[in-house]
Ligand binder design. Structure first.
Ligand code: PLP
Length: 382
């Protein structure tokens, strides 16, 4: 039996025609019709007003911070329970990240910790220049509470919707709720361009400025004139062709991911001491990865055992404030100082299970069976 992967690219069959078209018309560049079409398809799908395709989600996030004017001496609040790419662009801008704890339902930024952090920042007379809110594993954060807090302090919110394309909050797409939103089309995401991203916004001028910066900040002049530092951050027309083909199956992929979640849920609920990431009432998750916490078992032990059976699982994100590269960063926990933070608790208790949309029901049943067996074995041996 082949290894059962966590999440891998899943082509629709429509991609090659867009790529062939790019070859036929010689649009082998980071400009071209596929890029325009892909941007339009993402706008149509998400309801975003304006969009610019980028070489990665990280690049889109970097542009967002640059557009907001984040610079040296500024602080930026960021969810701690996430992949490092959510925070790296803060460093690219020579600004300082302040990490915010999770709440234990959606596992995203805790409004309680955010309020604490904002009060503290106000007292210290240094409000953050922006707040980066992540929708982790596809599950939307508690956006009404977060946006209300941000608004009351006049701080723009950037949504890191890298993992949550197709997820909704009160019927609206994640990525379109804050001032700016970003998506990732990395190979492991719900749809992919092999590598790529998108920045979306409600305002046309923001996106035209983003395009300007992403194309080396070339001024209008008969020669190369540059008054600002720009980037080479545009998506290639070939990659955008993959994206166009992938958009045709986005809804199908969301349905498949949700079915995968339901099968795990029905198999484990009330049979194993597990807690799943909660899809709170106002949200609809694309369930990019099925993630759960286990009681009475060390996630790393379970992950290593699953590996022996050809099953790829992954530990939950190690919180960014625990990363050596951010060892000096300020972290605001939802809990008291003498208690473990929620993000650390999640990291020490949880695992993502195989969630690839190519996984057959038989393969998923095998994963479930092995999990059941290992859980019994590992907890009996204690
Ligand atoms: C939460 C999160 N933010 C940002 C990114 C960065 O996206 P990319 O890999 O396209 O740069 C990723 C994924 O890689 C991610 O999972």
């Amino acid at each position: 039996m082949n290894k059962i992967p966590l999440a891998i690219p899943h082509m629709s069959g429509h991609e090659m025609s867009y790529i062939q078209q790019a070859f036929d018309t010689n649009w082998i560049a980071p400009v071209g019709p596929n890029i325009n079409l892909f941007e339009e398809k993402v706008r149509d799908y998400t309801g975003a007003s304006y969009s610019v395709a980028t070489s990665s989600g990280t690049a889109a996030l970097h542009l967002a911070l640059d557009l907001i004017g984040v610079e040296k001496e500024d602080t930026v609040f960021c969810s701690t329970f996430t992949f490092i790419a959510s925070a790296n662009p803060i460093i690219y801008q020579s600004a300082t990240p302040i990490f915010i704890d999770s709440e234990l339902e959606t596992w995203n930024m805790s409004p309680i910790a955010l309020e604490k952090a904002l009060l503290q920042a106000k007292q210290q007379r240094q409000l953050p220049k922006a707040i980066i809110v992540v929708h982790i594993y596809g599950q939307p954060a508690k956006m009404n509470e977060i946006l209300a807090l941000a608004q009351s302090y006049g701080i723009p919110v950037i949504e890191d919707a890298a993992e949550s394309l197709g997820s909704k909050y009160y019927g609206k797409d994640t990525g379109t709720l804050g001032e700016l939103g970003i998506y990732s089309f990395n190979g492991n995401k719900i749809i992919t361009t092999s590598g790529g991203g998108m920045l979306v916004s409600r305002t046309e001028t923001t996106i035209s400025s983003a395009k300007f910066l992403a194309e080396q900040a070339k001024e209008q002049a008969p020669y190369y004139q540059h008054e600002k530092t720009g980037y080479n951050y545009r998506l290639s027309n070939i990659s955008a062709g993959i994206g166009c083909g992938q958009m045709a199956v986005l809804d199908k992929r969301v349905a498949q991911k949700r079915d995968i979640y339901v099968r795990y849920y029905e198999a484990f609920f009330n049979k194993l001491p597990v807690t799943f990431q909660t899809e709170i009432e106002e949200t609809f998750s694309n369930r990019w990865l099925t993630a759960l916490q286990f009681k009475g078992i060390t996630p790393l032990v379970l992950k290593n055992e699953l590996d022996k059976y050809g099953i790829e699982a992954r530990l939950l994100w190690k919180p960014l404030h625990m990363q050596p590269v951010f060892k000096d960063a300020v972290f605001i926990s939802e809990n008291n100082d003498d208690q473990m933070s929620n993000a650390e608790y999640l990291f020490s208790t949880g695992l993502c299970l195989p969630s690839a949309t190519q996984m057959t029901e038989a393969e998923q049943n095998y994963v479930i069976e092995i999990c059941m067996m290992l859980f019994k074995q590992l907890t009996d041996n204690k």
